[in-house]
Ligand binder design. Structure first.
Ligand code: ATP
Ligand code: MG
Length: 424
């Protein structure tokens, strides 16, 4: 059964993905009570003031975000005239976040379990986290339920029992990373109503239901960060990252071939391969090299030299991913299948290398099920931003602020709310 959304039908909503290589804004309108959003405007441009997933220059980042937002606003102006912008969801790089699990017990005293009881458990868990840690809550996702000791319950609503135990996946954000991101977005006069980890949004946009149910790992290969999220039983169970991405590959090429970053990027995208092939030694490519006097001159090299620079870095990324998955106890049963998204996954040979290093079934992904997504955004690099709308429209029950609204409202939440209003 589809869940009803907290969004108001007809209202204008926005999604902003602040990446290390590009900033994207989507503006849309809520179509129905199930949270379907039609895209009305979009804008994107290259990033500035963002490196390896973090804000490094607030005013540059702010200007770049504002420009992307303005592009989307201009495009949507006619259609959204008179509709106030209500809810804005922003991506947070997984490099600022941390996944953990917490238990909560709810006394139900033989009554039928309702959504309120679940919310009580989630609120309890959130208080526990807020009281013990200086971190921002980003996602609160129920992972497993036990009713009077009986496990394997996927949805306890409507059942009855005495004691409901919940295992809850909490994603927290590091305070400075999140606040700087929020500050950069806020100056575009957008009031953030939710944050979403980039790898989670990507998973929501590229996975089919069976993959989410049976178990799947989504790997989002960006410019500065390779993030991943693990899904099973329809829920996200983990998010983590490796601090390397496509920009590190480009840097290696620029250094290895004594060329500019822009030329290295061109060579990577045109001739790059994550795995060497037998024809690489015969294929010659032209490189604009920087000479001793800073003059630029063409030089011809075998393609194998380029691939010889790319492959070790791509292997390193997948080896670090494999180690992270093992450290996090992602077993064979959960993660037999991998979906690759993000701009850097477009490199030729990436799927084969991922299969070789991770020893899993691998497919390439891109946004699916977003009917109004512009054609030029129907590529792996725009998976995160597409997923942000899915999150906003259909996952409000995992947003800490919405959960607090549904649960009780004691002093700590009042304090948090004041902080949110002042700082976001
Ligand atoms: N055809 C291609 N082959 C290889 N790499 C590519 C290709 N097209 C784009 N890329 C790389 O994809 C990366 C950008 O990916 P993406 O747009 O997903 O990053 P981002 O979301 O801005 O960054 P991050 O998520 O790391 O903060 C760049 O490093 C770029 O070089
Ligand atoms: Mg990204």
């Amino acid at each position: 059964m589809q869940q009803k959304t907290f969004l108001t039908k007809g209202s204008a909503v926005a999604a902003v993905d602040v990446g290390s290589s590009k900033i994207v804004c989507l503006l849309g309108q809520v179509q129905d009570e199930f949270g379907h959003i039609e895209i009305m405007g979009h804008g994107f441009r290259s990033s500035e003031g963002v490196k390896n997933g973090a804000i490094t220059n607030l005013s540059s980042a702010e200007n770049a975000i504002r420009e992307a937002v303005h592009m989307a606003e201009n495009m949507a102006a006619e259609k959204l005239k008179g509709y106030p912008l209500r809810d804005v969801v922003v991506s947070v790089s997984a490099c600022h976040t941390h996944s953990s699990f917490i238990e909560a017990t709810v006394d139900v005293r033989g009554e039928t379990i309702t959504k309120k009881d679940i919310d009580r458990g989630l609120v309890k868990a959130q208080y526990q986290i807020l009281e013990s840690q200086d971190a921002e809550l980003i996602h609160t996702i129920p992972a497993a339920y036990w009713l009077d000791g009986q496990g394997g319950i996927s949805d306890p609503i409507g059942m009855s029992g005495d004691e409901l135990n919940m295992n809850i996946h909490i994603v927290m954000g590091n305070t400075s990373g999140v606040r700087n991101l929020a500050a950069a977005v806020k100056r575009s006069h957008l009031d953030i109503s939710a944050l979403c980890v980039d790898s989670y949004a990507s998973g929501l946009a590229c996975l089919v239901d069976d993959e989410k149910d049976l178990g799947c790992i989504v790997i989002d290969m960006g410019a500065g960060v390779t993030s991943f999220s693990v899904f099973q039983a329809g829920r996200m169970l983990l998010t983590d990252y490796v601090p390397l991405g496509g920009a590190h590959v480009t840097n290696d090429i620029a250094q290895g071939l004594t060329t500019s970053f822009a030329e290295a990027e061109r060579l990577k995208n045109l001739y790059g391969n994550a795995m060497s092939t037998s024809s690489d030694t015969h294929d010659m490519i032209e490189v604009m090299q920087i000479g001793d006097n800073n003059d630029v001159h063409p030089h011809h090299i075998p393609r194998s030299v380029l691939v010889g620079i790319i492959q070790p870095r791509m292997e390193e990324i997948f080896e670090q991913l494999r180690a992270k998955l093992m450290d996090n106890g992602v077993t064979e049963a959960i993660g037999r299948r991998v979906v690759l998204v993000g701009g850097a996954s477009q490199m030729t040979g990436c799927r084969d290398l991922a299969h070789y290093v991770l020893d899993k079934q691998v497919r390439l992904g891109k946004p699916i099920g977003v009917s109004s997504l512009p054609k030029e955004m129907n590529t792996p690099a725009f998976t995160t931003v597409a997923g942000l709308f899915t999150y906003l429209g259909r996952h409000s029950n995992e947003m800490p602020a919405e959960i607090m609204e549904c649960g009780d409202t004691r002093s700590l939440w009042q304090k948090t709310k004041v902080w949110l209003q002042e700082n976001w």
